[in-house]
Write a protein that binds this ligand. Structure first.
Ligand SMILES: [Zn+2]
Length: 192
């Protein structure tokens, strides 16, 4: 799938906003991503799921696993396209764990799927939880990679589109220097 097409779908659904944002970390960024806004449309989720699945059509994937909540919709679509099982991990007291009676067969060939990879932390933690349960984690995937390709997750990784999104302290933010107010994503105020 053409990365530009992926980005267009995000922009058209408001899932990728360009402007001047204050992130929950307190850092400022010129881009805000909210994958839920594109994944609310099942046909688009299905299309991204197929595109990721295509990359692994000969990998013998038996299981797709995703970190909740962000990975649930896309992970499910990838699993459907691969004819694989789908389970998810959740944080419990900070540690990524398998709950709800989910089990893994020894050596089960597993693909970890997230909506967006930033540092790779959630994918790594999910991968570790699956390995502890006995799975063989063979690869990882996301719709968007916002690390610019630098996130390491310990297994081969693919993304449908890659962004290099700089987040900076407000003190050195260019937009702040121009006197533009920063928008908090999730508030009703929309950036233009
Ligand atoms: Zn700023």
């Amino acid at each position: 799938m053409d990365p530009d097409r992926v980005i267009d779908e995000f922009k058209q659904t408001g899932a990728l906003l360009e402007g001047h944002f204050q992130l929950s970390s307190g850092l400022h960024s010129t881009v805000y991503l909210q994958c839920a806004l594109v994944l609310q449309f099942p046909d688009k989720a299905e299309m991204f799921g197929h595109a990721i699945a295509q990359e692994f059509s000969n990998a013998g994937i038996q299981l797709v696993a995703s970190p909740a909540i962000g990975g649930l919709v896309i992970g499910h679509e990838v699993a459907r396209a691969l004819g694989a099982r789908f389970i998810w991990t959740e944080r419990e007291a900070g540690e990524m764990t398998l709950r709800r009676g989910f089990t893994v067969s020894p050596g089960e060939r597993t693909l970890v799927v997230e909506d967006v990879i930033t540092t790779g932390g959630s994918t790594r933690d999910t991968s570790e939880a699956l390995k502890r349960a006995g799975a063989e984690v063979v690869a990882a995937a996301s719709i968007i990679d916002r690390s610019g390709g630098s996130a390491e997750v310990g297994v081969p990784r693919v993304a449908l589109a890659t962004l290099k999104v700089l987040s900076v302290e407000p003190e050195i933010c260019d937009a702040c220097k121009l006197g533009e107010p920063a928008v908090k994503p999730g508030s009703r105020k929309r950036a233009t």
